[in-house]
Write a protein that binds this ligand. Structure first.
Ligand SMILES: Cc1ncc(C[n+]2csc(CCOP(=O)(O)OP(=O)(O)O)c2C)c(N)n1
Length: 555
């Protein structure tokens, strides 16, 4: 067998079903070996979209996502998504063909130093030097991507090596037991800090969802009677969005986090970047005298920017269940009653808040153009309970997070570092990972244009993703940003390059050109029916919703 066939065999043995990609000359020997392998090639018409689909697949399945790109320019096109994947810690194997090794000194067309290009974005980047090392390098790459802290890896595959003979056995990397139990003493100390808290709070990061530890987090939060916030820029669900203790995401400035955490005495941070900011604000997020416990499977996250009282490195799931056990054992009746009381109080406040939001959204139901809160509220009432939402809706994101149900069983995925051009493709991967579940992409009109070719792959693969476009014919969030910064031209109503008009983009024509059902809604009264029909459609659909073009400074 040749190297290419052997590499594909290793991927299959490692449980990989889909290879996302966009081909070129340097990948041809590799792609040729796909025939009869059982590995499905899913083509995207631009590399960022292929990488995003692989990323969405990996995030939604918890399995390895694999993408094959076309040498240096193809990789360059996909780097925005690799950057995003490195922040999202997606187990993503990025491969690219490389020119024939005998030519590299001559700088042939398309060739480049791809290891250098991915520097700082992967856990490991490597270019094969000879055929014999290819299977071992692939096994190492797979294992590194999947072992916590998970993350992207890169492998460059020179085309001449792909057709050389290979006598490797072709097996997958062996299983790695990576649920490292945290130190018992540290858990006991954390339990005593948290158990003794009068007002505990949990800041949960996307690492909780990555670890599949939502149930463990809920159990601990309920035991403690602790409010749960999402980390700033949270893009996964760490507890069901309708849980009484869920308080939503923290606003991404140090001042806002300090204000939100001020009234709590002990903070547990788990599976989070501490913290990812949007704007500079002076001071520390731990402004008060709180004690801070931080759990992560990535030692680099502990006390990364701000010192903590106690850091624990280990499996997020194992640590949360050990902590819940220790807290439970340490609680007396009075502590248990106090925690129950906190759950009840927080739950009542949450119910009242949810009712206020729903009423305000419904009250906006007669506004023309359509209010984004009414759009998301209406969508929420139509989605099945196990729906999967993929988001890149920029200024509409707060409405998505407030209104979509996100009960237990549903899930949410967003662009981790704000990279536009992720969600259009990621939704494809999420749908392939969960073929029987409803996948909806909530996306801004500007964001669509970073990866519209995903629509073609959706049609080609007959993936029934519903793209709901919140169309305000502008980059509204950037206009808000200009006002937030108090910029003088913005105060005069001047927003350079932020209006997507003259001409306005015809999203219906765009979608239809790629074989996707497309409908426009201008009036709130028509919204429900149009959305319901698009959601029920057996193939991909795009609903272009004319939303309010207003914007204001962020808080
Ligand atoms: C790759 C990339 N390019 C540019 C940006 C900057 N950016 C952030 S939000 C945004 C506008 C998004 O517009 P749209 O999707 O229409 O949503 P809206 O702001 O109108 O709600 C832009 C251009 C980015 N985050 N990523």
């Amino acid at each position: 067998m040749q190297v290419a066939g052997r590499l594909i065999e290793i991927l299959r043995a490692a449980g990989v079903d889909y290879l996302f990609g966009n081909p070129g000359t340097t990948e041809l020997p590799f792609l040729d070996a796909l025939d009869g392998s059982g590995l499905r090639y899913v083509v995207a018409l631009q590399e960022a979209t292929a990488a995003a689909a692989a990323d969405g697949y990996a995030q939604a399945s918890g399995r390895l996502g694999v993408v094959n790109l076309h040498v240096a320019p193809g990789l360059a096109n996909a780097l925005s998504i690799v950057h995003n994947a490195s922040r999202a810690k997606t187990p993503l194997l990025v491969t690219a063909g490389q020119q024939d090794t005998r030519l590299l000194l001559d700088q042939p067309i398309l060739a480049g130093d791809m290891v250098k290009m991915t520097d700082g974005l992967t856990k490991w980047s490597y270019e094969l030097r000879n055929a014999a090392e290819a299977p071992g390098a692939l096994r190492r790459a797979i294992q590194l991507a999947l072992t916590p802290p998970t993350g992207p890896v890169f492998l460059s595959l020179p085309m001449d090596l792909m057709t050389e003979p290979c006598d490797d056995s072709g097996g997958a990397p062996g299983p790695v037991a990576a649920r490292a139990a945290p130190e018992a003493e540290a858990i006991a100390r954390a339990a005593s800090l948290l158990g003794g808290a009068k007002a505990p709070v949990i800041v949960a990061g996307d690492g909780v969802a990555r670890a599949g530890a939502q149930a463990e987090l809920v159990a601990l939060a309920e035991l403690l009677g602790a409010a749960v916030h999402g980390e700033p820029i949270h893009r996964r669900l760490s507890v069901p969005g309708d849980h009484p203790l869920w308080r939503g995401g923290l606003y991404p400035t140090a001042t806002a986090v300090a204000n939100a955490l001020e009234r709590f005495d002990v903070v547990l941070i788990v599976g989070a970047n501490v913290f990812t900011w949007l704007f500079h604000a002076p001071g520390s997020p731990f402004g008060g005298s709180q004690r801070v416990v931080q759990i992560d499977d990535d030692a680099r996250e502990i006390g990364r920017s701000y010192p903590v009282t106690l850091g624990i490195v280990g499996s997020v799931r194992a640590a949360l269940s050990a902590l819940a056990r220790a807290v439970g054992e340490g609680q007396d009746d009075a502590a248990r009653a106090a925690a129950r009381e906190r759950v009840a109080t927080l739950g009542r406040a949450r119910d009242a808040h949810a009712r206020r939001l729903a009423a305000a959204a419904e009250a906006a139901g007669d506004r023309v153009p359509i209010a984004p809160e009414f759009l998301m509220r209406t969508l929420a009432t139509l989605l099945p309970p196990d729906a999967l939402v993929v988001d890149e809706s920029a200024s509409s994101l707060p409405h998505v997070l407030r209104h979509l149900p996100f009960g237990a069983g549903s899930d949410f995925f967003g662009s981790k570092t704000g990279t536009l051009g992720w969600a259009m493709g990621a939704a494809l991967g999420v749908q392939l990972a969960h073929p029987r579940r409803k996948v909806v992409a909530t996306i801004g009109d500007g964001s669509v244009m970073y990866a519209p070719q995903a629509l073609w792959t959706a049609a080609h693969e007959q993936l029934p993703v519903t793209y709901v476009v919140a169309n305000n014919a502008s980059y509204a969030i950037l206009k808000s940003g200009m006002l937030t910064f108090g910029l003088p031209a913005a105060k005069r109503g001047v927003f350079p390059g932020m209006d997507l008009v003259d001409p306005e983009i015809d999203y219906l024509a765009l979608a239809r050109a790629m074989g996707v059902l497309a409908v426009r809604v201008d009036k709130p009264g028509a919204l429900r029916d149009v959305l319901a029909r698009a959601l029920a459609h057996g193939g991909p659909a795009l609903v272009d919703v004319a939303i309010d073009r207003g914007f204001e400074a962020m808080r």
